[in-house]
Design a protein around this ligand. Structure first.
Ligand SMILES: NC(=O)c1ccc[n+]([C@@H]2O[C@H](COP(=O)([O-])OP(=O)(O)OC[C@H]3O[C@@H](n4cnc5c(N)ncnc54)[C@H](OP(=O)(O)O)[C@@H]3O)[C@@H](O)[C@H]2O)c1
Length: 342
């Protein structure tokens, strides 16, 4: 099959389009004809190489797969040839019932498609049927591929970790990011007031269209001062962060007393400083968040089917132009999800 893979870590130029061995089909596997695979910022980290994470090479990145079932292993009953499906990006061994009841992403066995396993920048993929979820014709494959990883992460952060409540104000960083564009919609559905940031005025209109109440151009204005001004000096109840050191101190000063800072990312670097006296005197909670469970993903997909949450598609590239797609993401040009189409 054709795939995009890398044989060494590095810049976008290490991504090669070429022939890769076909995936095998075990008894419990589903072979999928991949129609679309969305990019996540994770794909850039995987391509560059992550400290302490060894990735067997050559490696196919890509965590967000949508496609059609081509074939099923002899033990598979739940799915059949021709089904439209997406693949759960977070996977743990075990049975479906256990996964539904557990909090998968807290498990030490939790794996991410395209990080610990070969991913979706390819024509085909073979996945254990537990991780394959049928979807309707409501959206195109490109739109369905835009949903799983980022929307699941935003859901887990706001619903399960921060416990965002109606009437609270949340500051969501980077409206145009995959996670931010999903978070705005989820926070509005939960009844919160949404302040969001963008790095470019061209992203303001789309942020408002997603439902943001206030959009802060953080290069022109201090987002923390704006968060205070827009809450009459009180500060926000929740900050949704994935930027890291560049936003850290101002995140803390944007929070009201008893506020929660929930974070899933470190785009601007891995280390931050904390003024402990400030933390305890304002009774702030800092919450780490890592993707989410299979059960949460099913809930997210139900919300998408019902129209509560919509895919935010940026641009579609042919699979062989994966390097250009990576450049668009690295240059922070995307609003929503960049998708590769086979
Ligand atoms: N832990 C988890 O489970 C999990 C899951 C998903 C994502 N993440 C992490 O969350 C982060 C966002 O992921 P994503 O896929 O949503 O990213 P994305 O679509 O590439 O969006 C990133 C956006 O962040 C903004 N940004 C602000 N400061 C930045 C900086 N110093 N460098 C680069 N971008 C900066 C940019 O928008 P503006 O220019 O408009 O500010 C940029 O477009 C990544 O670090 C990712 O690894 C973690």
């Amino acid at each position: 099959m054709k795939a995009v893979f890398f044989e060494k870590h590095g810049g976008p130029d290490v991504l090669k389009y070429g022939t890769f061995r076909d995936p095998s089909l075990e008894a419990n596997d589903v072979l999928i004809d991949i129609k679309a695979c969305a990019l996540n910022h994770l794909d850039i980290w995987v391509r560059q190489g992550l400290p302490g994470v060894s990735i067997p090479l050559p490696h196919i990145p890509g965590s967000d797969v949508a496609g059609i079932v081509l074939d099923t292993g002899k033990a598979v009953r739940r799915l059949k040839k021709g089904d439209r499906v997406v693949v759960a990006p977070g996977q743990i061994p075990g049975h479906l019932k256990e996964a539904l009841e557990s909090q998968d992403s807290f498990s030490p066995e939790f794996q991410i498609l395209g990080l610990q396993t070969q991913g979706g920048y390819a024509e085909k993929i073979s996945v254990n049927d537990r991780f394959v979820i049928p979807v309707s014709e409501k959206y195109s494959f490109e739109e369905w591929a835009s949903v799983p990883l980022a929307s699941l992460t935003a859901y887990h952060m706001l619903v399960s970790r921060a416990g965002l409540k109606p009437g609270e104000t949340v500051l969501i960083h980077a409206a145009g990011s995959g996670v931010g564009s999903a978070a705005i919609q989820i926070a509005k559905f939960l009844g919160a007031r949404v302040l969001t940031t963008v790095g470019d005025y061209k992203k303001v209109a789309r942020a408002k269209k997603l439902g943001a109440d206030e959009v802060i151009l953080y290069k022109a204005k201090d987002f923390s001062e704006e968060a205070k001004r827009l809450t009459d000096g009180k500060g926000v109840e929740v900050v949704f962060d994935h930027i890291g050191p560049e936003t850290w101190q101002k995140n803390l000063s944007s929070l009201t007393r008893g506020g929660r800072l929930v974070t899933c990312g470190a785009t601007s670097g891995p280390k931050v400083e904390i003024e402990v006296r400030y933390l305890y005197s304002k009774q702030i909670s800092i919450l780490g968040s890592y993707m989410g469970s299979f059960a949460e993903l099913l809930q997210v997909l139900r919300w998408v089917e019902k129209g509560i949450l919509s895919p935010t598609l940026d641009q579609v590239f042919p699979l062989k132009e994966a390097a250009e797609a990576h450049l668009r993401m690295e240059n922070r040009q995307n609003f929503g999800k960049i998708v590769l189409k086979t």
